[in-house]
Design a protein around this ligand. Structure first.
Ligand code: CP
Ligand code: NVA
Length: 330
């Protein structure tokens, strides 16, 4: 059956079937081929999108802006400092106004309920560019990168090391369940994904042949692993006071050359970025001065090593976001 997701919002991958996710991945690969071969694809000329960011961003914002322009669309960027959103105008009213002017809305912010409300009130497709709960556009880029490396992703083991209840880990568990992969959350018991989401993913896995595993044992997490994935230890919106506690809890789950050596020799390393792998950021240097750590969730030997694919992954944000916009707006 032909897949058609025109008019749909993209809020969490829980809302999409494996066939719909694979359709978006195939479309992404097609957009990547066109871009790399200089084939113009202004297929949405005349449409307009707006990007709402309540948290900062490099990759997601740029991916949406470049993707929109490549598709021939106009694109407006709004942040809280330059709009009435939330301060002088409710979200529902903002959504209703934006829905009158734009064909699609991207939102990055805090609560998942906000992106859901935007979709409810605006009447146009809304794309989740990251909330505290999920980061679904990231997952398409991640899986495209895994496909580019291994072809078929089914049965591949992807382990997330670290804060396994954050937005990225949650979304990875969902996409692995949907696509028949082996997902392993490897971190301290205090930072495991919520039980209800694990149950939902296990139910999906029962239908797709996926496996969901939770472990606090690094050896177990790395064993037979094809994709080692990590993310920062304190996410946007969490208080800076958490660093000390998180460092204590998560240092054993740092992805370094010893952990890489426990995985398959063909394994790759992924990171959604940004990453604290050295002291070349203000936060990285502050952490070094305070706690003596030169790297956090990943060490430079891995980040700069042969198995690292995080910059291919970052590029793929643009191709995949373009596919999401096109598939829902065409
Ligand atoms: N991975 C990601 O979402 O990066 P940005 O925060 O820079 O958008
Ligand atoms: N977990 C991170 C992801 C950044 C892309 C955060 O929310 O800050």
């Amino acid at each position: 059956m032909a897949i058609n997701i025109r008019g749909r919002s993209f809020l969490t991958l829980l809302d999409f079937t494996p066939a719909e996710i694979n359709y978006m991945l195939d479309l992404s690969a097609e957009f990547k081929r066109m871009k790399n071969n200089g084939v113009e694809h202004k297929w949405l000329t005349g449409k307009q999108v707006v990007l709402l960011f309540e948290k900062t961003s490099t990759r997601t914002r740029c991916a949406f802006e470049v993707g929109a322009r490549d598709l021939g669309m106009g694109c407006t960027f709004l942040d809280p400092a330059s709009s009435q959103m939330g301060k002088k105008e409710s979200l529902a009213d903002t959504a209703k106004v934006l829905g009158r002017m734009y064909d699609g809305i991207e939102y990055r912010g805090f609560k998942q309920s906000v992106v859901e409300d935007l979709a409810r009130y605006s009447g146009v497709p809304v794309w989740n560019g990251l909330t505290d709960a999920f980061h679904p556009t990231q997952m398409l880029a991640d899986i495209l990168t895994v496909k580019e490396e291994f072809g078929d992703v089914r049965g591949r083991k992807l382990t997330f090391f670290g804060d396994a209840r954050n937005n990225v880990a949650n979304s990875l568990m969902v996409v692995c369940a949907k696509l028949g992969m082996r997902f392993c959350a490897c971190g301290p018991k205090e930072l495991m994904p919520a039980a209800d989401l694990v149950e939902k993913c296990k139910a999906i896995a029962a239908e797709t042949g996926a496996e969901i595993e939770l472990t606090d044992d690094v050896k177990q997490g790395a064993k037979d692993c094809d994709v080692l994935y990590t993310d920062i230890w304190v996410s946007m919106g969490e208080p800076a006071e958490l660093w000390e506690k998180r460092i204590k809890l998560l240092l054993p789950y740092q992805v370094n050359k010893d952990v890489m050596a426990m995985a398959k020799p063909t394994a790759i390393f992924l990171h959604c970025l940004p990453s604290f792998h050295d002291r070349d950021t203000t936060t990285g240097e502050e952490i070094f001065q305070k706690f003596g750590l030169p790297a956090m969730e990943v060490t430079d030997d891995v980040f700069l090593g042969k198995q690292a694919r995080q910059f291919d992954e970052a590029e793929n944000r643009m191709h995949t976001i373009k596919a999401v916009m096109y598939a829902t707006l065409k």
